[in-house]
Design a protein around this ligand. Sequence first.
Ligand SMILES: C[C@@](CO)(OP(=O)(O)O)[C@H](O)COP(=O)(O)OP(=O)(O)OC[C@H]1O[C@@H](n2ccc(N)nc2=O)[C@H](O)[C@@H]1O
Ligand SMILES: Nc1ncnc2c1ncn2[C@@H]1O[C@H](COP(=O)(O)OP(=O)(O)O)[C@@H](O)[C@H]1O
Length: 324
Amino acid sequence: MTAVGRGSSSAPNPAFDPYRAAAQPAAPQGNFMLITAPAKINLYLGVHEGTDDGGYHRVDTVMTTLDISDTIAIAPSDRLMVKTVPEADFPQESNTAYKAAVAMGEAFGREPNFAILIDKHIPVRAGLGGPSTDAAATIMGICRYWGVDPRDERIDAVARSIGADVPFFLYGPPAHLDGRGDSMRELFRPLTGTPVALVKPMTGGVSTVEAYRRFDESPIKAQPLEPMLEAMRSHDEQVIFDCVSNNLAPVARALCPEIGEIVDWMREQPDVRAVDVCGSGATVFAVCATQMAADKIGIAAMKEHGWWAQAARMEKSGPIIAVG
Ligand SMILES: C[C@@](CO)(OP(=O)(O)O)[C@H](O)COP(=O)(O)OP(=O)(O)OC[C@H]1O[C@@H](n2ccc(N)nc2=O)[C@H](O)[C@@H]1O
Ligand SMILES: Nc1ncnc2c1ncn2[C@@H]1O[C@H](COP(=O)(O)OP(=O)(O)O)[C@@H](O)[C@H]1O
């Protein structure tokens, strides 16, 4: 294996600060906070061969958030506890929200005594970033409770200690990240409102760890990144959607052949501008010309194939905090 670096330093670029969702450091006056934690899709994912000392691959990715989300209620408590609805089949200590709270406690020398309830809407092992967005939302909520400025460079370090995708969710607008996919490089004008159809097998999914392991067995070269970055900078939608690509997609298809069936079916649907696998899968997204087209694809996927499906839109936001 070739050793690769971790990417850029953890210091946030001040140019990104206006986008931080929890930028007001004041503690909330109410009893709890409700935080909207959006899903993501990768408009571009280029995984490079070789891993670093931690077993991570160097990746370039362009991600955007969607308007489907988990909801996180967080309130001070006598101890740290995390519950999900529906109930998780793994211990709370394995939940990324729990890990994020513990990491915040360690970084700021405080007891992270919060009760955290996660209403899960984002499917798991789906490549939609559910565990990562929950962690980012938890970090932002605790920042607000403790009066920590989310621009504090320790916040980025906490985020990437939980998972490669977590730093992205601290921001929200479409972004290019490199390193492990955890180093923010550039933010772009949002594609807010662009319709997307999401379809995945009703059961099962693809584990991110397994996808990267399979990638190492037969690596595939990434598509060129620069045309996508240029298109994002000039906000040329047609070119952006022509540049959609993901070199983990063949691995996802190999691990779960139903993904291949879904991709092929989505490509045949009318008014579709781009189709690809979300990250490591198992969800497939289609960028659609109209919301009606996305709705129709969702309904047909469910009715004709029994797949899980949802119509969504691209969003411009990271976690959104409301005080209750
Ligand atoms: C593939 C992507 C695309 O956005 O996400 P998903 O589509 O699964 O959500 C990401 O690279 C996933 O990010 P994330 O889900 O945060 O990964 P982590 O929890 O940090 O890592 C899980 C495991 O994936 C592998 N991993 C992850 C990221 C990376 N750059 N190289 C890797 O090799 C490592 O084996 C690591 O132990
Ligand atoms: N907050 C969370 N929400 C969902 N799953 C979580 C959470 N925290 C930890 N997990 C674990 O993460 C696993 C999914 O990880 P991963 O394959 O990376 O998902 P995805 O591709 O959906 O981002 C779940 O099976 C579960 O064990």
